[in-house]
Design a protein around this ligand. Sequence first.
Ligand SMILES: C[S@@+](CC[C@H](N)C(=O)[O-])C[C@H]1O[C@@H](n2cnc3c(N)ncnc32)[C@H](O)[C@@H]1O
Length: 264
Amino acid sequence: MAEDKTPRDAGPVADPSDTSRPEGSVQAEGAHVSGAPWRNFYGRFSGKTLKDSQRRYLAEDLADLSPGAVGWDENPDRTPLDLEALFGGRETWLEVGFGGGEHLVHQASSNPDVGIIGAEPFINGVAMLLGKIRKAGCDNIAVHPGDARDLMDVIPPQSIAKAFLLYPDPWPKTRHHRRRFVTQEHLEPLARCLKPGAIFRVATDIPDYVRQTLEEVPKAGFEWLASEAADWREPWEDWISTRYEQKGLREGRTPTYLTFRRLG
Ligand SMILES: C[S@@+](CC[C@H](N)C(=O)[O-])C[C@H]1O[C@@H](n2cnc3c(N)ncnc32)[C@H](O)[C@@H]1O
């Protein structure tokens, strides 16, 4: 579960490649000298001490997996990424908050004709993903080790054919619901990145998260594709269970699988 931190008390960002909010350079309330908007992030950037092997993966592999210039310091004009060059013209998918990366690597290995960009600010998760990519040997993954909002700024409009939001942080307290990913602050940029007809999958085991998803996602220009209960009770045919799903099942929660289509 994510812990509550504001940008001012979050301290130095543990992820060395996240240059979106360097320390001590806030220009004015709501803005950064690089021009970056002030974005609250309440999750964690790091956890347990990384293993030596994980440090090595980060040092050796992460830069080569970059989707391009995402951070505000390296790309203050927010020039869109060149996805054609990134994946050699392959269709592009997006996974937000990939955690340990099991689903991302599974989809990339099963779909070699697709390129997938993953965004995850938790550096321990990024390191786990890099280990899995080494094992699987897939060449169709790009990694943004940071906030999906910074990535979505520079994804060209209408360029993503499928997006995944799997077990997003639940933020159970009512006063924290506005921190959830299924708010217009996140959904509007996501909708802008998706092609008309693109698929957006959301998995969660928190009933109130289902409620908010079904209320908010259609407002951002999506239709829910469900005609019978099996459509949200049964996992997708190409599904692989994630770490958070496994944890939820152990704790007695019931997964819900929601599929939306981008209108337009
Ligand atoms: C509950 S975990 C689920 C991880 C994984 N999808 C799974 O099912 O095991 C939610 C993840 O979303 C990530 N996350 C939170 N806010 C994010 C953001 N703004 N952009 C990208 N990822 C984010 C967190 O760091 C965390 O790893």
